[in-house]
Design a protein around this ligand. Structure first.
Ligand SMILES: Cc1cc2nc3c(=O)[nH]c(=O)nc-3n(C[C@H](O)[C@H](O)[C@H](O)COP(=O)(O)O)c2cc1C
Length: 181
């Protein structure tokens, strides 16, 4: 798939199953992520790969850290990471820098996530970028090995879609763009 087609046809898939990208394909996807723009070349992004049994372990981490109040909430947290065979957790590890504020380090990490989601699509798989309450929870960040000021930018769920591709929404350029000046 050529780059422009991949960029214009990527859609998110909420239901994902095996097969996930192979180890080689995952390497290709991560290398696409690492080509994101990055002010000051700070390399603020960190990626945690979660697959196989580690997904259940991640669910347990959510269920412990988020302190759910009901059985239903607990079940939801335990099962959340099982919604795809592979997850990349993308974290912006924020550094102090005189010219590159935290927001730019988060932007760089988000650009890496988008590069990866397009690469996943170009390789014939699909993904969905999720965050939700665990992404903003200090206990979750710390249990994953990060600090409170770091930002979990994405839980990128990856696999093969079970549903037919959603039609690519029509976007009218004129709704968002105007000539200035
Ligand atoms: C920062 C960010 C966080 C998101 N978090 C969620 C989420 O937690 N749950 C969800 O269903 N979609 C989430 N989305 C949206 C989906 O990834 C997806 O973009 C949306 O379902 C629309 O589908 P499309 O990308 O095919 O247009 C998030 C998107 C972004 C950019």
């Amino acid at each position: 798939m050529d780059a422009i087609t991949a960029l214009q046809t990527r859609t998110a898939s909420p239901r994902l199953v095996e097969p996930a990208p192979s180890a080689n394909e995952l390497d290709t996807i991560l290398k696409a992520g690492l080509r994101a723009p990055d002010h000051g070349m700070l390399r603020p992004w960190r990626f945690l790969i979660v697959a196989g049994d580690a997904r259940a372990k991640l669910g347990q981490l959510f269920a412990v850290q988020m302190e759910p109040q009901t059985e239903e909430q607990t079940k939801k947290l335990l099962n959340a990471p099982l919604r795809a065979p592979l997850i990349i957790i993308a974290v912006a590890e924020i550094q102090d820098h005189p010219k590159v504020p935290a927001v730019e380090q988060i932007c760089a990490t988000a650009a890496a996530v988008q590069n990866m989601s397009v690469a996943i699509h170009a390789l014939g798989y699909s993904s969905i970028w999720r965050t939700g309450a665990p992404a903003f929870h200090t206990g979750v960040k710390e249990a994953l090995g990060f600090n409170a000021r770091d930002e979990i930018v994405a839980f990128l769920y990856i696999g093969t879609p079970t549903l037919a591709d959603r039609p690519v929404p029509e976007n009218a350029v004129a709704d968002y763009v105007k000539e200035w000046g």
